[in-house]
Design a protein around this ligand. Structure first.
Ligand SMILES: [Zn+2]
Length: 352
């Protein structure tokens, strides 16, 4: 046997030989590629379109991983026991805190897209969480304690729009701040099948306006009965319990990922080692651009400035400028009475 295959677990071999399907170039999506020597225990390819080389795992959750065998163990724990605390994962897999954190995100990012439409009775509501900078060490006084009266500070509530028809659930983080009926639009897109009936408990007035615009397509139920209400509270409470208790809070930056995980697990088995997960080739790309994606979200959908972007960069990460039209808050114990100008923040960071 080739020496490169020695010490290779049968599982890793199976992933490379069977589970990972090479159908197109992960860089440019071209189907024109040729075999191009070998890389350790696997085949290397070269794209005839963009000229770049790749292996079966390029761009996937396994991309650039040194301890692939440990990653497999890590994935199995998540599949069988759900998301355990990072501390627990660190102990079980004997990895660093940062690795436990990174791997969890890579796994969450490898979750297959939900292309299913919503049909029949569709529950559509918004669920709020307090804006959180959890884990952001450089931000002075980053939030540690829960906000006492979140609705006094609506600019700090994150709004997720949730859609569910009993067989399919999806959530989208649309905004930090007050919801407007227009905010429902991006969440809906073309996700809801014709002749579906939309039920809504939490944002009734906003949705009414939305429903009016689309009256030809959907029937909208404004009268809320006990059954509808119960469905809404079931989803809301479950998600809140998961985010606030099981995970002990999630930074707004990652809220979408965890809400996605919750929605996925409601109807399917979350298996990071399945072909559907392993063949997601945008994981590395998205992972290294999380700051950029979050920056866009903050820029367009919030009134809160985030500072300290680009704390960690990869050679493929583009630099992010500080948005100059955002309100800047100094978050000290969540007394949101101090606002700073862009110049003041810039000066603060230039001094660092
Ligand atoms: Zn290519």
């Amino acid at each position: 046997m080739n020496k490169d295959f020695q010490n290779l677990s049968p599982e890793l071999l199976e992933i490379y030989c069977k589970k990972l399907k090479v159908n197109s170039c992960p860089h440019c999506n071209s189907k024109r590629f040729i075999k191009h020597s070998r890389y350790k225990y696997t085949q290397r390819y070269r794209c005839l379109e963009c000229g770049r080389t790749f292996i079966p795992s390029t761009g996937t959750s396994l991309h650039y991983l040194h301890k692939k065998e440990v990653f497999i163990e890590y994935s199995k724990i998540i599949r069988d026991q759900g998301l355990l605390s990072l501390k627990k994962m660190r102990e079980l897999c004997k990895i660093s805190h940062l690795t436990a954190f990174d791997w969890r995100h890579k796994i969450l990012l490898s979750m297959p897209e939900n292309n299913r439409k919503f049909n029949g009775e569709v529950q559509c509501d918004d669920i709020w969480f307090v804006y959180s900078e959890k884990g952001r060490k450089l931000v002075a006084g980053a939030r540690r304690r829960p906000l006492r009266e979140p609705f006094k500070h609506r600019e700090f509530t994150c709004r997720l729009i949730s859609l569910s028809d009993g067989k399919n659930t999806e959530m989208k983080l649309v905004k930090v701040g007050n919801l407007n009926f227009k905010d429902y639009l991006p969440a809906f897109e073309d996700k809801i099948g014709r002749n579906s009936v939309i039920y809504n408990v939490s944002g009734e007035q906003k949705l009414k306006r939305f429903a009016k615009e689309r009256a030809a397509i959907h029937k909208f139920v404004g009268d809320i009965n006990k059954k509808t209400e119960a469905k809404y509270f079931a989803i809301r409470n479950e998600l809140k319990e998961f985010i606030n208790k099981t995970l002990k809070g999630v930074s707004t930056k990652y809220l979408q990922m965890y809400a996605g995980y919750y929605s996925y697990c409601k109807h399917k088995i979350f298996d990071p080692l399945s072909e559907a997960f392993l063949n997601r080739r945008r994981v590395w790309f998205t992972y290294t651009r999380l700051d950029v994606i979050y920056y866009h979200f903050v820029y367009f959908a919030t009134q809160v400035l985030l500072i300290d972007l680009n704390k960690r960069t990869w050679k493929s990460t583009e630099k992010v400028p500080i948005p100059d039209n955002c309100m800047v808050y100094k978050i000290t114990d969540w007394d949101v009475d101090q606002r700073y100008s862009f110049e003041e923040v810039k000066e603060y960071f230039d001094r660092k």
